[in-house]
Design a protein around this ligand. Structure first.
Ligand SMILES: C[S@@+](CC[C@H](N)C(=O)[O-])C[C@H]1O[C@@H](n2cnc3c(N)ncnc32)[C@H](O)[C@@H]1O
Length: 323
């Protein structure tokens, strides 16, 4: 896409979402647009920072509970559908185990980012040559439609990395209820939740001293400059992070350091920012086990097992459809 084809650009999902988010009061931008090629690379760096405990915790869960996962599923043949798969770093631990055990598994990763899916595809071919897989590029909200096919093969749906935390609780309920609609009674859903913990540990993960999270968040503005012909000056905005231990909400903001107007050349549209006005760019909701049970109840799901890391920072919960 180039900013020189205005009509096409202004009808793109990115343009529609950005205009609608920046016309709201307070302003917001969807976090799914963080993931262009540079955003994917920055996120992989974040995943491997010592402060970002989420990766190690969920890796440990996949490493130590792989047998429990397979025993719970109790099948030799299934499709493993992963929503927002990313580079599959942690999933590959489970996939390797399934291949070693001779399980007839077909892996179907879904991701909005073309570049990360391509990288995943190449690494699967190199690391797990015997694995059958089929990549699907798109928004997982849309891809859920594709999941409603009534395949004869049982499904295990994975939604890892605390991606569920990027949705407000009501949206998370609706999302899980939609997933439930695509499930048959023999299917399973595994969701990774980041748990409520020491607020300092949480804040450090999203506001690291090296400034990687700030660079990741600000890259969204670079993307809008490139793809929508905007003229955001990156040093006129700063990244700001908050954690509210009452609600469990971690929020990322981009704050305008001055009174300014940003023009989107490709959209023939401008937006004004008052000095210190904030754009809400990401929610990372933290849960307690009780919160998870409440969420499952409203979504029509039954939690079967909670799989923890040893510090109990994170949980992967296995669900079945409530009958
Ligand atoms: C926080 S990363 C987690 C990646 C992986 N699940 C993990 O645990 O490491 C989020 C991933 O979800 C993808 N993603 C975000 N929003 C999405 C959406 N609405 N539809 C499909 N993929 C999405 C991003 O491109 C990114 O690869």
């Amino acid at each position: 896409m180039t900013p020189s084809t205005p009509s096409k650009v202004s009808q793109s999902p990115l343009a529609i979402d950005v205009m609608s988010g920046l016309k709201q009061d307070p302003k917001s931008l969807p976090s799914k647009y963080f993931y262009d090629a540079k955003g994917d690379r920055l996120f992989q760096e974040i995943m491997h920072m010592p402060e970002y405990y989420l990766t190690n915790a969920e890796y440990e869960i996949m490493d130590t509970h792989q047998k429990t996962i397979l025993d719970t599923i109790g099948r030799d043949t299934f499709d493993l559908v992963e929503l927002g798969a990313g580079d599959g770093y942690k999933t590959k631990v489970l996939l390797r185990y399934l291949v070693e055990k001779g399980i007839d598994v077909r892996y179907c990763p879904v991701d909005i980012s073309k570049s990360v899916l391509l990288e995943l595809e190449n690494s699967l071919k190199a690391d797990l040559p015997d694995l059958a897989f089929h990549c699907l590029q798109g928004d997982y909200f849309d891809m859920l439609g594709e999941l409603t096919y009534r395949s004869e093969t049982p499904k295990v749906i994975l939604f890892m990395g605390a991606n569920i935390g990027n949705m407000p609780k009501k949206e998370a309920e609706t999302f899980l209820a939609r997933i439930r609609e695509t499930m048959s009674p023999r299917d399973y859903l595994i969701v990774g939740f980041d748990l409520k913990k020491d607020p300092e540990v949480i804040l450090r993960a999203y506001d690291d001293p090296a400034g990687k999270t700030a660079a990741f968040n600000l890259n969204l503005l670079t993307r809008l400059n490139r793809e929508l012909g905007a003229n955001f000056e990156l040093d006129a905005f700063r990244h700001w992070e908050t954690y509210d231990p009452m609600t469990g909400a971690t929020r990322s903001y981009l704050v305008s350091k001055r009174n300014q107007t940003v023009t989107f050349e490709a959209l023939k549209w401008s937006v004004h920012f008052a000095a210190w006005e904030a754009i809400n760019v990401e929610l990372s909701q933290k849960y307690s086990i009780d919160d998870i049970h409440e969420l499952a109840g409203t979504a029509g799901l039954t939690p079967i097992r909670h799989l923890h890391d040893k510090r109990k920072y994170f949980v992967d919960t296995i669900f079945k459809k409530k009958e």
